[in-house]
Ligand binder design. Sequence first.
Ligand SMILES: [Zn+2]
Length: 315
Amino acid sequence: MDKVIFLGTSAGIPTPNRNVPAVALIFEGTNEFWLFDCGEGTQRQLQKTSLKLSKLTNIFISHLHGDHIFGLPGLLATRGMLGIKSGINIFGPVGLDNYLKSSFDYSHTYIPYSYCFHPIKKEEFAAENLVWEKGDTAVYCALLNHQIDSYGFAVIRTNIKRNILVEKLVKAGLPPGPAYKKFKEDGIVKLADGRVLTSEEFIMESANVKKFCYCGDTTLSLNTVSLSDGADLLIHEATFCADKKEKALEGYHSTVDDALKVAKLAKVKKLVLTHISPRYDNVTQQCLEYDGLKEKMIKEGLIVALAEDFGEVKI
Ligand SMILES: [Zn+2]
C-alpha cells in the first residue's frame, strides 16, 4: 500500500514543532516518491526520513506563496551536488519556472540534469483536468480558491489483478501447476487432447483503485469537493479553528470545520488536516476543537487526523 509522510505541517512560518508545507507520497514496492509543495527546509526534513533524493521523480507545487516554494531551489541544487543525473518533472502554476530560473541565475547555481517544467495554466485548469499519466497512475488537478492561483492534485492508481478461476480450470482439464503461470501471461493454453482454453473464460480481472488528494491553500471550495470525490485519503488545509472563520476568509484559508465539510461532501475515507497556524503551536486550542469535531465525524464514519511532522499515513 502506498503511503504519505508529512515533512512540514505549519502555515506561513516554521515553529519548533512544525516545518513549512511539504508532503511526500511514497509508492509501495519501490522507493520512488513524489513531493507536494516544498517549503523552506524540506530537504533537511527529508534527511530525517529514509527517503533518498535520487528516488524523487515528480514535484507538484500547489501555489507560489513563499512558504510552499522557498525550499525548492535548494532541494534541486542539492540533487545536482549529489551527482544525481536523472531528470525530474515539476508541475506548478505559471511563474514557477521564472522563480527557479532567477534563483539559479542570481545564485550562480548550475543544475546538471534536466528538469521538465509543466506549467499549470488557470485557463486550462479551472475545472478538474488530467496533468500526468503513466502506466497505472494518473494525476488530476483543479483550481481552488485562494489569494493567488492555488491548485489541488488527485492521484489515482489503478491496479488490475488477474485471478485464475482454479476450480473451473481443473474441471476443464488443467490441474494446478507451472502451466497456470504461463496461462496467466499468455492468456491461452493448449491441452494434451488438443483443446484450447482462453483467458476470457478462466481468468477474472478486478481493478483495485486508490485515490489520494492533496489540496493547497484554499477556502471552502466546491472544486475541492469534486476533486477529492471518494478519495481514500484527503489532505486538506485547516489553518484556523472554526471560531476564526472571519480571519480564515480574510486570508482565503479554511477552518477545521471547512475541511470536515469538504471531506463529508466528497465522502472521503480518511481526512488529514494540515497547514496549521503557528498560533496553535502548543496545540491545546487546536486539539480541543479538533477533538470535539473528530468525535462527531467518527460517528458519521469518517476517519480524521491532525498531521504531525514525520507522521505517516497509509492510503
Ligand atoms: Zn498560501
